[in-house]
Design a protein around this ligand. Structure first.
Ligand code: AMP
Length: 283
């Protein structure tokens, strides 16, 4: 595995690869099995895998967890090497943002709901850094987790809008044995919060069952989720049902839907979702 920290080194090491396809896995590090699933899929579908680890300040709001975001470079290097990553790009902030931006990317669609609404500017930061990383790596395919479904839909639209010659591949959410979605942020849960957190996924599954059983009243469906959540309701930042991938209000219950939730714990904000399509076990 080549470890590169500058744009120049990245460029050289990509140039030195033999001819073949490149799968790209952008991450913020503190790697867990969710990230590894992305690497595995990228390995299966490409000749080479490039991974980036960059905690992007542009996508964190002023009161968010940028400084508390967990980091462990040594652990990440070991896992990336074991998984067979070919090139690992670990830039520092000034490598990605050498000068203040003259041009920014502003996401227009799908940002009036969920994390777009709750975290103003977040997806502008995500789209801007990915636009930069895509240009630096020039991959054939890029891999994103369904856990960040709003991000995934926004990246698909970015690629379409700007004719980027990259295929975006979706990877299903990897979970702990008790159903909690794997996340770098889980390390910031207290012992009690960690015990409680699997209820988030159980509640989504209760809502999903309701829809698959034919319920078409949004309030009934959300009430079912809230019933399972119990006292966790007090910590819910958002809970909503939309059509997917448009993130518009549901008008047709037989289309693909997303039931999405964010829960604010003391030092960790967790998000999760279920994609739902009637007649299909997995949407
Ligand atoms: P992050 O490092 O949290 O920015 O995540 C990097 C990529 O890994 C994103 O595309 C995420 O959607 C994806 N990812 C994070 N957690 C999971 C998970 N539990 N299962 C699958 N993909 C994930």
């Amino acid at each position: 595995m080549r470890i590169v920290r500058t744009r120049q080194e990245l460029h050289q090491s990509i140039k030195s690869l033999e001819a073949g396809s490149i799968g790209f896995v952008p991450t913020m590090g503190y790697l867990h099995e969710g990230h590894l699933a992305l690497i595995q899929k990228a390995k299966e579908e490409n000749d080479f895998v490039v991974m980036s680890i960059f905690v992007n300040p542009l996508q964190f709001g002023p009161n968010e967890d940028l400084t508390a975001y967990p980091r462990d470079e040594k652990h990440d290097l070991k896992l990336a090497e074991e998984q067979g990553v070919d090139i690992l790009f670990l830039p520092n902030v000034s490598e990605i943002y050498p000068t203040p931006l003259s041009t920014t990317i502003h996401v227009e669609k799908r940002v009036d709901v969920l994390d777009g609404e709750k975290r103003p500017g977040h997806f502008d930061g995500v789209a801007t850094v990915l636009f930069k990383l895509f240009h630096l790596v020039m991959p054939n395919r890029a891999y994103f987790g369904q856990k960040d479904a709003q991000q995934l839909a926004i990246v698909e639209a970015l690629v379409e809008d700007y004719f980027l010659p990259i295929t975006i591949q979706r990877v299903e959410t990897l979970r702990e044995a008790d159903g909690l979605a794997k996340s770098s942020r889980n390390i910031n849960l207290t012992v009690d919060e960690r015990k409680e957190a699997p209820i988030i996924h159980q509640a989504l599954l209760a809502g999903k069952k309701c829809i698959l059983d034919g319920v078409e009243e949004e309030t009934t469906i959300l009430a079912e989720v809230q019933k399972t959540l119990g006292k966790v309701n007090e910590k819910v930042d958002y809970l909503a049902l939309y059509e997917y991938p448009s993130f518009k209000a549901v008008t047709d219950f037989s289309s693909t839907l997303i039931l999405a939730i964010a829960v604010q714990y003391e030092k960790a904000r967790l998000i999760d979702n279920e994609l739902i399509k009637r007649g299909e076990e997995n949407a």
